[in-house]
Design a protein around this ligand. Structure first.
Ligand code: ZN
Ligand code: ZN
Length: 306
């Protein structure tokens, strides 16, 4: 399978429109060795197919389609390589792009869990609004570990894993998180036998999560924050990384420590990187620390073949 990183940044993107932190100001001024990044999304297609699956629909989806010609194969007057959309959660930075896909003449094939479907029908009724345009053809993502497929994308099997997290701010059950608010997904290519584990929002590594990571050939996981108090330290927010469902990379029990426990053959990649994270700066000591641990920092338009 071919995995294309459409957007490697967390919500807000990099640089974020209203932010003048050292990273955002530096990348705007060209004084920082860093690449701008759009908001979190990947596209996966089998080796022998143009059509694939879009994971999350970022507010930057139109820019991402323009930047990645493979998403527009141009076979007919109206065409797309997006055979279906799979949602990891119901957050704004992962679902707003659904509005941008409304000019279809058939309902948009959409896979999401029940709690995400509820949030996008009630709290933030994106799907009800879309009903006035193309509409969606929704399929439930099972949470019992059973495999599902996306029609039009033969040879790829998907398995969801519920992750510890919080529901979005507009969710009717914001304070009572339920299984399926946020998922990780293992994607297995039946031809190559290879597996990707993808979890752009990951608050804690529970045993089942580590098991899924350890049995994958490549993991693409939460790279939002370097430290738990990153936003607090900058005076941007009173919330810690963990309190909003993101395991920080550094320190005891952090993501880097967990990645170090994976088998030597596993490719380790961080995605969904917040604009405040020092790992965006290619000259930072934090990036050096990742390089020493063989952990990669995803970039937009990067392609991985598994
Ligand atoms: Zn996000
Ligand atoms: Zn910033």
């Amino acid at each position: 399978m071919r995995i294309t990183v459409l957007g490697a940044a967390a919500g807000g993107g990099f640089p974020q429109w209203n932010c003048n932190c050292a990273n955002c100001a530096g990348v705007r001024a060209g004084t920082l060795r860093a690449e701008p990044r759009t908001q979190s999304s990947i596209f996966i297609r089998p080796d022998n197919s143009d059509d694939g699956v879009l994971f999350n629909a970022s507010p930057d989806i139109l820019e991402q389609i323009r930047a990645n010609p493979a998403l527009q194969p141009g076979r007919t007057l109206r065409d797309t390589a997006i055979a279906g959309v799979v949602l990891m959660d119901g957050q704004v930075d992962h679902t707003t792009g659904l509005f941008m896909l409304r000019e279809r003449d058939a309902p948009l094939p959409l896979w999401c869990t029940d709690p995400v479907f509820e949030d996008l029908s009630l709290g933030n009724p994106v799907l009800r609004v879309l009903g006035h345009f193309c509409g969606v053809q929704r399929t439930r993502i099972p949470l019992d570990g059973s495999a599902f497929e996306v029609s039009g994308v033969a040879g790829l099997q998907f398995r969801a894993l519920p992750l510890q997290s919080k529901a979005p701010p507009y969710s009717p059950h914001r304070e009572q998180p339920v299984a399926g608010d946020n998922i990780g997904i293992s994607v297995t290519d039946s031809r190559s036998g290879k597996t990707l584990f993808y979890a752009p929002g990951l608050g804690a590594i529970e045993p089942a999560v580590f098991e899924a990571m350890a049995s994958a050939d490549c993991v693409m996981v939460d790279g939002t924050f370097w430290t738990d108090d990153e936003m607090v330290g900058l005076g941007i927010s009173a919330k810690t990384a963990r309190s909003i469902g993101h395991l920080p990379q550094s320190g005891p029990g952090g993501m880097v420590e967990w990645l170090g426990k994976l088998p030597a053959r596993t490719r380790r990649m961080l995605i969904h990187i917040n604009n405040t994270n020092p790992i965006l700066d290619a000259d930072s000591s934090q990036r050096d620390a990742l390089t020493r641990e063989r952990v990669e920092v995803c970039e937009d338009r990067q392609e991985i073949v598994l």
